[in-house]
Design a protein around this ligand. Sequence first.
Ligand SMILES: Nc1ncnc2c1ncn2[C@@H]1O[C@H](COP(=O)(O)OP(=O)(O)OP(=O)(O)O)[C@@H](O)[C@H]1O
Ligand SMILES: [Mg+2]
Length: 152
Amino acid sequence: MKITRRLITEADTAAFGAELAVGLQPGMVVYLKGELGAGKTTLARGLLQALGVTERIKSPTYTLVEPYTVSSLYLYHFDFYRLRYPDEWVDAGFREYFNRDAVCLIEWPENAGGKLPAADVAVELKVDGEGRALSLHANTEAGTNCLRRLKT
Ligand SMILES: Nc1ncnc2c1ncn2[C@@H]1O[C@H](COP(=O)(O)OP(=O)(O)OP(=O)(O)O)[C@@H](O)[C@H]1O
Ligand SMILES: [Mg+2]
Protein backbone atom coordinates (compact mmCIF):
# COMPACT_ATOMS: atom_id res chain seq x y z
CA MET A 1 0.00 0.00 0.00
CA LYS A 2 1.35 3.43 -0.93
CA ILE A 3 0.09 6.94 -0.11
CA THR A 4 1.44 10.33 -1.18
CA ARG A 5 0.73 13.81 0.21
CA ARG A 6 2.05 17.32 -0.08
CA LEU A 7 2.97 19.03 3.19
CA ILE A 8 3.23 22.75 2.65
CA THR A 9 4.32 24.00 6.05
CA GLU A 10 6.24 22.66 9.01
CA ALA A 11 2.93 22.61 10.92
CA ASP A 12 1.44 20.38 8.20
CA THR A 13 4.30 17.91 8.67
CA ALA A 14 3.79 17.81 12.45
CA ALA A 15 0.02 17.44 11.95
CA PHE A 16 0.62 14.53 9.62
CA GLY A 17 2.73 12.88 12.32
CA ALA A 18 -0.24 13.22 14.68
CA GLU A 19 -2.50 11.63 12.07
CA LEU A 20 -0.13 8.71 11.59
CA ALA A 21 0.01 8.20 15.37
CA VAL A 22 -3.67 7.22 15.45
CA GLY A 23 -3.08 3.85 13.79
CA LEU A 24 0.18 2.88 15.51
CA GLN A 25 0.17 -0.22 17.68
CA PRO A 26 2.82 -1.32 20.18
CA GLY A 27 5.52 -3.34 18.44
CA MET A 28 5.50 -1.28 15.28
CA VAL A 29 8.59 0.05 13.53
CA VAL A 30 8.44 3.25 11.47
CA TYR A 31 11.29 4.32 9.20
CA LEU A 32 11.66 8.06 8.56
CA LYS A 33 13.68 8.65 5.41
CA GLY A 34 14.75 11.79 3.63
CA GLU A 35 17.74 14.10 3.29
CA LEU A 36 19.04 16.43 6.03
CA GLY A 37 16.33 18.93 6.92
CA ALA A 38 13.60 17.03 5.09
CA GLY A 39 11.35 17.14 8.17
CA LYS A 40 11.82 13.71 9.78
CA THR A 41 12.21 15.08 13.31
CA THR A 42 9.35 17.51 12.75
CA LEU A 43 7.08 14.59 11.83
CA ALA A 44 8.32 12.51 14.77
CA ARG A 45 7.65 15.42 17.13
CA GLY A 46 4.02 15.72 15.97
CA LEU A 47 3.59 11.96 16.28
CA LEU A 48 5.10 11.71 19.78
CA GLN A 49 3.12 14.69 21.06
CA ALA A 50 -0.09 13.16 19.70
CA LEU A 51 0.69 9.99 21.67
CA GLY A 52 0.95 12.06 24.83
CA VAL A 53 4.63 12.92 25.18
CA THR A 54 4.73 16.22 27.05
CA GLU A 55 8.46 16.69 27.56
CA ARG A 56 10.54 18.55 25.01
CA ILE A 57 11.32 16.37 21.99
CA LYS A 58 14.97 16.74 21.11
CA SER A 59 16.60 15.44 17.97
CA PRO A 60 18.48 12.22 18.86
CA THR A 61 21.32 13.22 16.52
CA TYR A 62 24.09 12.87 19.12
CA THR A 63 22.50 10.40 21.56
CA LEU A 64 21.34 8.01 18.76
CA VAL A 65 18.10 7.42 20.70
CA GLU A 66 15.68 9.37 22.87
CA PRO A 67 13.31 7.19 24.94
CA TYR A 68 9.82 8.22 26.05
CA THR A 69 7.16 6.46 28.11
CA VAL A 70 3.46 7.21 27.97
CA SER A 71 1.55 5.05 30.47
CA SER A 72 2.59 1.50 29.50
CA LEU A 73 3.77 2.37 25.97
CA TYR A 74 7.45 2.78 25.26
CA LEU A 75 8.49 5.03 22.41
CA TYR A 76 12.02 5.11 21.03
CA HIS A 77 13.07 7.83 18.61
CA PHE A 78 16.31 6.87 16.89
CA ASP A 79 18.55 8.90 14.62
CA PHE A 80 21.26 6.82 12.97
CA TYR A 81 22.84 9.63 10.97
CA ARG A 82 25.93 9.54 13.17
CA LEU A 83 26.38 5.78 13.46
CA ARG A 84 30.09 5.05 13.07
CA TYR A 85 29.44 1.55 11.68
CA PRO A 86 26.21 -0.30 10.80
CA ASP A 87 26.02 -2.46 13.96
CA GLU A 88 26.97 0.27 16.43
CA TRP A 89 23.33 0.43 17.61
CA VAL A 90 23.42 -3.35 18.30
CA ASP A 91 26.65 -3.02 20.28
CA ALA A 92 25.09 -0.13 22.20
CA GLY A 93 22.36 -2.52 23.40
CA PHE A 94 19.48 -1.00 21.46
CA ARG A 95 18.22 -4.28 20.03
CA GLU A 96 16.09 -4.86 23.13
CA TYR A 97 14.18 -1.64 22.41
CA PHE A 98 12.54 -3.40 19.48
CA ASN A 99 9.90 -5.34 21.37
CA ARG A 100 6.15 -5.76 21.44
CA ASP A 101 5.58 -3.04 24.04
CA ALA A 102 7.44 -0.38 22.08
CA VAL A 103 6.97 1.79 19.03
CA CYS A 104 10.28 2.59 17.30
CA LEU A 105 10.75 5.59 15.00
CA ILE A 106 14.02 5.56 13.06
CA GLU A 107 15.64 8.43 11.19
CA TRP A 108 18.42 7.39 8.78
CA PRO A 109 17.55 3.63 8.93
CA GLU A 110 19.72 3.14 5.82
CA ASN A 111 22.82 3.72 7.99
CA ALA A 112 22.05 0.70 10.18
CA GLY A 113 23.03 -2.81 9.12
CA GLY A 114 20.96 -5.82 8.22
CA LYS A 115 20.00 -6.52 11.85
CA LEU A 116 17.60 -3.57 11.86
CA PRO A 117 14.03 -4.87 12.05
CA ALA A 118 11.97 -4.23 8.91
CA ALA A 119 9.59 -1.29 8.84
CA ASP A 120 5.85 -1.72 9.22
CA VAL A 121 5.54 1.75 7.73
CA ALA A 122 8.23 3.59 5.76
CA VAL A 123 7.83 7.37 5.49
CA GLU A 124 9.83 9.30 2.92
CA LEU A 125 10.04 13.09 2.84
CA LYS A 126 11.45 15.07 -0.08
CA VAL A 127 12.02 18.78 -0.30
CA ASP A 128 9.58 20.04 -2.92
CA GLY A 129 9.76 23.80 -3.48
CA GLU A 130 8.96 25.38 -0.13
CA GLY A 131 7.06 22.32 1.04
CA ARG A 132 7.65 18.61 1.32
CA ALA A 133 6.47 15.66 -0.73
CA LEU A 134 5.52 12.77 1.53
CA SER A 135 5.24 9.16 0.49
CA LEU A 136 4.28 6.26 2.71
CA HIS A 137 4.64 2.54 2.21
CA ALA A 138 3.13 -0.18 4.36
CA ASN A 139 5.08 -3.42 4.37
CA THR A 140 3.11 -5.49 6.89
CA GLU A 141 -0.48 -6.08 7.86
CA ALA A 142 -0.06 -3.81 10.90
CA GLY A 143 1.37 -1.13 8.62
CA THR A 144 -1.46 -1.47 6.13
CA ASN A 145 -4.03 -1.17 8.93
CA CYS A 146 -2.24 1.95 10.14
CA LEU A 147 -2.35 3.61 6.71
CA ARG A 148 -6.02 2.68 6.27
CA ARG A 149 -6.82 4.87 9.25
CA LEU A 150 -5.41 8.01 7.62
CA LYS A 151 -7.84 10.65 6.41
CA THR A 152 -8.15 10.65 2.64
N1 LIG B 1 6.82 21.47 5.12
C1 LIG B 1 7.84 21.36 6.01
N2 LIG B 1 7.88 20.28 6.80
C2 LIG B 1 8.91 20.12 7.69
N3 LIG B 1 9.90 21.00 7.87
C3 LIG B 1 9.89 22.09 7.11
C4 LIG B 1 8.87 22.32 6.16
N4 LIG B 1 9.13 23.48 5.54
C5 LIG B 1 10.26 23.94 6.11
N5 LIG B 1 10.72 23.14 7.06
C6 LIG B 1 11.97 23.34 7.84
O1 LIG B 1 12.83 22.24 7.54
C7 LIG B 1 13.53 21.84 8.71
C8 LIG B 1 13.22 20.38 9.01
O2 LIG B 1 14.04 19.99 10.08
P1 LIG B 1 13.97 18.55 10.75
O3 LIG B 1 14.90 18.61 11.91
O4 LIG B 1 12.57 18.13 10.97
O5 LIG B 1 14.62 17.66 9.58
P2 LIG B 1 15.22 16.19 9.63
O6 LIG B 1 14.72 15.51 8.41
O7 LIG B 1 14.93 15.57 10.94
O8 LIG B 1 16.79 16.44 9.47
P3 LIG B 1 18.04 15.57 10.00
O9 LIG B 1 18.34 14.55 8.93
O10 LIG B 1 19.13 16.58 10.11
O11 LIG B 1 17.69 14.95 11.31
C9 LIG B 1 13.10 22.77 9.84
O12 LIG B 1 14.04 23.81 9.93
C10 LIG B 1 11.76 23.30 9.34
O13 LIG B 1 11.47 24.58 9.83
MG1 LIG C 1 16.14 14.75 12.38
